[in-house]
Design a protein around this ligand. Sequence first.
Ligand code: HPA
Length: 248
Amino acid sequence: MLAIIGGSGLTQLANLNVIRREVMRTPYGEPSGALTFGQLCEHPVVFLARHGYGHTIPPHRVNYQANLWALREAKADAIISVASVGGIRDDLGPGVLVVPDQIIDYTWGRKSTFHESSEQPVVHIDFTRPYDEVVRQRILAAAVAAGQPVVNGGVYAATQGPRLETAAEINRLERDGADVVGMTGMPEAALARELGIPYAAINVVANFAAGRGNSAAQICFGSIDVVLREAMGRVREVLEHICEGPAK
Ligand code: HPA
């Protein structure tokens, strides 16, 4: 079953035909909210709002371990993460959709592994390609089918938040090779890999990152809401087309 983790601007899927909601408990605590099981174009889908259904959980307080564990318990065999980002590159302005292919992790102090026990042998996962290429291609094909332009590839920088970055920090991220910046991509992607669940992301550029484009002097929160509302409509269309094809 396909799992969708929705971020800011996507706390529910309007086109999801809801069958049931389930509050899950995990050895890692409670997920951000109940899992919503439903059908998208007659295909089974499970949806989880990363920040809670009332959008009350900030990026550094999300229980990523519980979220991923609950999705595994729900038999998710692929995860699509939807997350808003700031655009660092000139061509990645507000409203652009990006399917990233790399990550740089600047977060700290988050529970970023399921392998914490000192009684178990040390476990390392391969993370050379942090996103699953099959899921990435499914997203790209769905975007083509939906007639929605998306940028294929990009380096996602995961920052700690919840504050936005300084202009100098964004300059540094750019020197490091980052194209977009967000606060929730890690450890989510790594935990999915640890559980062996193929995972990829759709990033929605909500604003130019600090010091860039129309965020040169400051970031305007009013326009972020407007951008996200419009762009998430396009994300929903892409998601509908992902669910086309043989049911799983
Ligand atoms: N920085 C970090 N995370 C974000 C941004 C940003 O500019 N916009 C949306 N999420």
